[in-house]
Design a protein around this ligand. Sequence first.
Ligand code: KG4
Ligand code: ZN
Length: 355
Amino acid sequence: MVPTAPASSGEPLVLGIETSCDETGVALVRGRELLVDTVASSMDEHARYGGIIPEVASRAHLEAMIPTLERTLGTADVDLSEVDAIAVTAGPGLVGPLTIGASAAKALALALGKPLYGVNHVIGHAAVDELVHGAFPERVMALVVSGGHSSLLLVDDVATSVTELGSTLDDAAGEAFDKVGRLLGLPYPGGPHIDRLAREGDPTAIRFPRGLTARKDQEKHAYDFSFSGLKTAVARWVEARQDAGEEIPVHDVAASFAESVADVLTAKTIAACERHGVSTLVVGGGFSANSQLRDMAAERCAEAGIELRIPPIRYCTDNGAMIAALGSAVVRAGVAPSSLDIGVDSSMPLTVTHV
Ligand code: KG4
Ligand code: ZN
């Protein structure tokens, strides 16, 4: 029989485990209060390959899991027996890394006799904001942008009711930044470097294309994103200057490229808020560190009368708190726990909050 979380305690203590990519995250959340969040990253091991190597990430998760768990419990001065429920990322993400986290969570659930909740990583990026800015109002829009995802979600209930309005058809926003970074000769990941260069460039210097904003795309892809055409346009522009023996104005290229990404992300998101009568926007995912996106979102939300909620950056990058936060919401919603034989799903649909 699957054990259930205490029904009447109101504020169960949830342990969250995240391993979908290169961060091993373990956190403890009670209700909407974050007690401790511990993250170990294997990014340094991937940097020299210019991308995440799943096998390297899996091994790093395996090595980091128990020390990260012990550090979390020790910092919170909590004994494992006090944990009421265990939440773990069930997808989307890399299969090997996800499997390490899910195996650890299942072992803990079985050994402790506590309920297991397999939850959605992308929705976790939105849910974590409840730990920072408090309970969500009835309906929020969530823009989740990182190296792996660019998704627009209409959240009626973060635990049980999420609608995917749109997603990227090709590259995620961070991925596009990393690819343009590579072609400009910047170290991996290129995103933060482009951000820095862009701050000193002219965003109007070059008019790069705005993906999926043409009239013909308005119907089918109103809230979808596409950044691969933009990336190609930047590559062509740079190559043409190189072929002509001209110097590349990297600051202006970075600024004009970043402007295109921020423009499309914010324009589509605000249009979606207006269309659905939503007055609160949550932005999450590692790419929300991007200054061009932050500035434009702040400006356009203020103009449109939309409250903008962006958690501090450590809660935007992958972490255990986001999984514990969503797990906690799912427990509060009284949802039945996951079976101990759940599998991981690398392409888990964004409408599935938990499995
Ligand atoms: O959420 P995250 O840490 O990992 C993924 O799940 O992908 O996001 C990392 C991504 C990388 O593509 C990185 O280049 C990008 O976000 N990124 C940025 C900035 N900081 C991180 N891109 C642009 N500007 C930034 N300031
Ligand atoms: Zn993520």
